[in-house]
Design a protein around this ligand. Structure first.
Ligand code: GTP
Ligand code: MG
Length: 149
């Protein structure tokens, strides 16, 4: 089954938005299989964002992500990667639709409160990057038969 790596960035933690953000994925009906508060080392931030290495904003992006604790999560479900991206909204919060996390809770691209994997492959890659095997849990939510026919 598909999995996505979702992370409340340091601004989301500092602004007290952790519960709000987790709630949106929970209420949608996805399954949480990993969760931790974590201070990201520089090397991990660089590996996570290696595709953006040549961008002008890359150094400030690394500073931003390592500036304080983040909340790391893995969510599972059918179509979870694309659906999570929709729940999160556009990269630039001013362009993100109201009703999305960024549309409702942020104003600037460099402070856009949350990360979500952009493909199922990256969902797997990022999950393996941020979590050890023993930190992930397979379980069956009690609501499962009421969520999927
Ligand atoms: P993530 O879910 O965090 O990966 O965001 P995204 O997939 O919507 O955007 P992308 O992967 O292209 O960029 C990763 C992150 O880099 C963004 O979420 C922003 O935090 C940051 N970023 C992207 N573009 C800019 C920019 O033009 N300026 C600044 N300051 N930050 C940027
Ligand atoms: Mg991205």
């Amino acid at each position: 089954v598909e999995q996505t790596y979702i992370m409340v960035k340091p601004d989301g933690v500092q602004r007290g938005l952790v519960g709000e953000i987790i709630s949106r994925f929970e209420r949608k009906g996805f399954k949480l299989t990993g969760l931790k508060l974590f201070q990201c080392p520089k090397e991990l931030a660089e590996e996570h964002y290696k595709d953006l290495k040549t961008k002008s904003f890359y150094p400030t992006l690394i500073d931003y992500i390592t500036s304080g604790p983040v909340v790391c999560m893995v969510w599972e479900g059918v179509g979870v990667v694309a659906s999570a991206r929709k729940l999160i909204g556009s990269t630039n919060p001013l362009q993100a639709e109201p009703g999305t996390i960024r549309g409702d809770l942020a104003v600037q691209t460099g402070r856009n409160v949350v990360h979500g994997s952009d493909s199922p492959e990256n969902g797997k890659r990022e999950t393996a990057l941020w979590f050890k095997e023993g930190e992930l849990y397979e379980w069956t939510p009690a609501q499962a038969p009421w969520l999927m026919e």
